[in-house]
Write a protein that binds this ligand. Structure first.
Ligand code: SF4
Length: 265
């Protein structure tokens, strides 16, 4: 777990899975791939295997050891719902989130059909937890918009959209059942541009439909220069966060041992 994240809309990252396989145009300049591939072959480095998919069971109980409540981005370096991650493993990740409930988790995926299906089945116990926010990435109309309908069909208490990297005007959005919208442009070498009109349209629709709106960044090759103001101000709205008491260390250790007993060997 990384206690401090540079990602504007979270506090920390937790990666019980590393690596991924690209699925749609939003993956073209995947920052996680760029980062991971820098360390391929570096002996002993967490990304010694580059961006190849790998389960990291030794990270599973990490949130239980973390005392102060955090907003935790789950699998910032992967996608929990990709086909190579077994259902049982996904279920254990969800058990940790349900148990370490003094944190709020942000689970973001492009595999929205599996998210929908598993929240209806094995993950039903986690779907309606207020401390777990379930989200989909939407970069364009063709690949991204259907994911919103899949998410809406999932029995989640808190649903969110990450419209990043925003690659085109998304048109009229149905935000019913959606609790939070994040918008961001692509950054880094080869970044594809994002037009102001696309962002304004989403912000205005969020206002009309009373959905919290978070503007992450304009992006660009040098994202620091372009900043994150829209019409002279930042937009940093979030859904309401629930709070839960933090158990004593002994209880947290006992919970971690309980989780370990459920992990298939
Ligand atoms: S789904 Fe996410 S983590 Fe996986 S390749 Fe695409 S952008 Fe990267």
């Amino acid at each position: 777990m990384s206690l401090n994240s540079d990602i504007e809309w979270t506090d920390a990252t937790w990666n019980p899975v590393r690596g991924c396989v690209k699925v749609s145009p939003g993956c073209k300049h995947c920052y996680a791939e760029t980062f991971a591939e820098r360390f391929r072959g570096v002996k002993g480095h967490p990304y010694e295997q580059g961006f190849d998919l790998r389960l990291v069971p030794e990270k599973l109980t990490e949130p239980l050891s973390w005392r102060s409540p955090k907003l935790v981005f789950v699998n910032s370096m992967s996608d929990l719902f990709q086909p190579g991650v077994p259902d049982d493993y996904v279920e254990t990740v969800a058990q940790v989130m349900a148990t370490a409930n003094w944190h709020t988790y942000q689970v973001l995926t492009k595999r929205s059909e599996r998210l929908r299906d598993i929240l209806h089945a094995k993950l039903r116990f986690a779907a309606e937890r207020e401390n777990i926010w379930w989200g989909v990435s939407v970069e364009d109309r063709k690949y991204g918009l259907p994911r919103i309908d899949h998410l809406r069909d999932a029995p989640a208490k808190v649903r969110f959209l990450s419209l990043e990297p925003l690659l085109e005007d998304l048109g009229e959005l149905d935000l019913s059942g959606i609790s939070w919208v994040i918008v961001g442009g692509e950054s880094g070498p080869g970044a594809r541009p994002m037009k102001k009109g696309w962002v304004v349209s989403i912000r205005d629709q969020c206002r009309e439909q009373r959905v919290p709106f978070f503007f992450k960044q304009w992006g660009g090759v040098r994202k620091g220069r372009n900043g994150r103001e829209l019409d002279g101000r930042t937009h940093d709205e979030y859904p309401v966060r629930m709070s839960a008491p933090v158990p004593a260390e002994e209880m947290r250790l006992a919970s971690a041992r309980g989780i370990w007993r459920t992990i298939p060997s």
